[in-house]
Design a protein around this ligand. Structure first.
Ligand code: ZN
Length: 343
């Protein structure tokens, strides 16, 4: 089972200083992959830069130029959460390009699956707006690229970052070729992702939001993936699965209040992989979104690579958060989701 790793030090040049989304996230991941010997078992791929035409499939060209001018003019704040430095534009176009490189490698069968370890992250960025640490929407542009460059009609995006990927949802809200499935803490930043946001016009039914209450963890996520994502994926029959892989739902992560463990993330990846093996010859592309507890992030990405390589056992030295119980109304929640989506 060959698995691609897309990485380049250019991603460290998006210098956010003491911001929680900083370059240590990627250096922690890369050190972990080297120390445990995983890096040598992966196919290392260098990203290219995305072109303006590729960026313009999701973003207004004026917006792209605005980001470039601001960054190269010295950088600054785009919103209260999102900052650029002089190297940010270059890092961002290589972050998009990393996702495109991953798509090429998987679609050409150079590798079975691939994970683009990129930053800045992307899933909050929309046509005209940088927000939530995101400049360009890496996964949305990769989705557009895959649809226009390969003979495929249906792409499933699974977004398990703890935040709702509003930018990705907006991009494909009326598009029946892309099924966007998101689990996220709710209500929470950025405010979107309620259960009744299900798509518009031809895209009605192709957006599936799973708003989760703070405090839910491995069991609830697993049930949602098995009982809701799996039947939706089987009905949609994707030809490629893209994953917005954010690890900020880990219990140790301070940005949110979910209780997923490293083993819990591994289980979610295993469910996605089983679906990909069954439905689309195992074709999966992961792109990094959030995840801010460095150890939890590095271990979770390592576990993701292990599962993608076909391993059944992963190591989870952080373990599970103690003393959490399953909320009583969870089964009703699953039933409501199944009714809502005719499952
Ligand atoms: Zn997030």
């Amino acid at each position: 089972m060959s698995v691609g790793l897309i990485y380049d030090p250019v991603y460290l040049e998006h210098d956010t200083g003491t911001h929680v989304e900083n370059s240590q996230r990627l250096t922690a991941i890369m050190s972990h992959l080297e120390e445990n010997g995983l890096k040598d078992k992966l196919v290392l791929l260098s990203p290219r830069a995305a072109t303006m035409d590729e960026l313009a499939t999701v973003h207004a060209p004026e917006y792209v130029s605005q980001i470039q001018n601001q960054a190269e003019g010295g950088g600054g704040w785009l919103d209260p959460d999102t900052v650029t430095s002089p190297g940010s534009y270059n890092a961002a176009i290589y972050a998009v390009g990393g996702a495109l490189t991953a798509v090429d490698a998987v679609m050409s069968r150079q590798v079975n699956s691939a994970f683009a370890l990129v930053r800045p992250p992307g899933h909050h960025a929309s046509c005209w707006q940088a927000m939530g640490f995101c400049l360009f929407n890496n996964i949305a542009i990769a989705t557009k690229y895959a649809l226009s460059n390969f003979e495929i009609q249906r792409i499933l995006i699974v977004d398990f970052d703890v935040h709702h990927g509003n930018g990705t949802q907006d991009t494909f809200y009326a598009d029946p070729h892309v099924l966007y499935f998101s689990t996220h803490q709710y209500p929470f930043y950025p405010g979107t992702g309620s259960i009744d946001e299900t798509g518009a016009r031809n895209g009605e039914g192709y957006t599936v939001n799973i708003p989760l209450l703070a405090g839910w963890g491995d069991n609830e996520y697993q049930a949602v993936f098995e009982d809701v994502l799996a039947p939706i994926a089987r009905r949609f029959e994707p030809e490629l699965i893209l994953v917005s892989a954010g690890y900020d739902a880990h219990w140790a992560d301070n940005l949110a209040l979910m209780q997923v463990s490293v083993s819990g993330f591994a289980r979610l990846v295993e469910i996605i992989k089983t679906l990909a093996d069954m439905l689309c010859q195992g074709r999966m592309v992961f792109t990094l979104e959030g995840g801010y507890h460095l150890e939890a992030l590095a271990l979770s990405v390592g576990a993701t690579f292990d599962i993608l390589r076909g391993k059944r056992q992963i190591s989870d030295p952080l373990g599970k958060q103690k003393g959490k119980t399953k909320p009583v109304d969870f089964n009703n929640f699953i039933r409501m989701l199944k009714d809502m989506h005719d499952l």
